[in-house]
Design a protein around this ligand. Sequence first.
Ligand code: 2AM
Length: 469
Amino acid sequence: MEKSNIGLIGLGVMGSNLSRNIASKKFHISVYNRTTEVTDEFIKEHGNEYIHPAKTLEEFVDQLEVPRKIIILVKAGKAVDAVIEKLMPLLEKGDVVIDCGNSNFNNTLRRFDALKEKGLQFIGCGVSGGEEGALHGPSLMPGGTLEAWNTIKNIFESIAARDFSGGPCVTYIGDNAAGHYVKMVHNGIEYGVMQIMAEGYDILKNVYKLDPPKLSEIFKKYNDGKLKSYLFEISIEVLARKDEFEDGYLIDYILDRAAQKGTGKWTAIDALKQGEAIPTITEAVFARFISSHKDLRTNLSKKYQKEKIKTDMDLDTFVSTLEDALYAAMLSSYAQGYHLIREAAKENKWDIDIAEVSRIWEGGCIIRADILNVLHKAFEKANKDTHLFEIPELAKDLQRTIPLLRKTVTLGVQNGIPVSGLSTALSYFDAITSKQVPANFIQGLRDYFGAHTYKRTDKEGAFHTDWNI
Ligand code: 2AM
């Protein structure tokens, strides 16, 4: 038998779909799964001349051309280590192990070093697009050595989604864990964007008392404009779907308790570690936490009646106000995520090209959106240390849309609607664009109670005041 170009371990839905995608591009792929019946079932359903099943890891490794390229797609966490441990003794110097799971970047850093010690290459590759993306073209975010990337480049470029110009939605992100880091922040931004969308839905539903078909219509209108994106596109369907059991619409029967797998939380934790502010992303994680306390919320809701203030904005005006507000809040969420990537890149010595990151997010991934093409083009012309708010084209948009975000936040606050995503998107903008913030006051207090000293605006050095005099 001819040797396979690449191998894949773990035939769950993501692994099966990615294997089928690779085979559809006429690369020979060997597949292995811990439970052999799963492999047999996969071959029965999807087998073809390009897919080569292996019953043992030894047989699997033996089927691969050298240097071997092995994708691992098992549950993130211990399973990845378990597979690597079994695989390591069977590999030779120069072989490349690619973790395409949603691994925490700290684990990727550790695994990269461990494999390097054995002369093996490790790539941590973020994959976005869900099951459909894996099958028809995901957005891929590989990190590792350039040398390792070059061994998989042609395969990964073939299977990736397409950007707005038809290029592959994959690029070399940077060394060791850069790929998984960028994927993590991608998910963080996804949390932020979904949260602000949900808050817009909440205001439309509860202040303007709109029913799901009308809400769906409004999201369709948004998706026909500058908010055009995958998340808005699927909102149209999520809002319009009739319930299969009861009268009415499914959305009204879905329990208001949002689950999570942890990537948003990791983004928030790392931002805290880095000392960087990503309030909208963090608030989106908090909002999911609060949503989980359904019983407590229900009990408390009986004690506190919300005082409703009528809005003087008619529906048409608000629909258009919200469109601009969401646009501004989206830009703010991206600004936070991009800034975090930039600072993490400095810290970890990753050479990350944010224009390229924007480009590979144009297709395949969950946050794919027209706005990413705007960011891609804008960052291509910008210096790599540029903050998103510094980009002239975006500054023009923000100047126009921020006042509308302010109106939307006000409306939500006045009506007792939690708008932590929208309001932090706004206050992040307000703070980062303020020459003077009240940190002088904080420094004064700190010096008073703890003699922590402060710096002055007019003289060099650290000062302490004897506040008792
Ligand atoms: P399984 O079919 O033998 O359970 C997604 O869960 C994929 O990860 C499945 O293919 C599953 O294999 C695999 N997987 C989960 N834990 C694993 C482990 N510890 N070792 C190997 N494969 C594992």
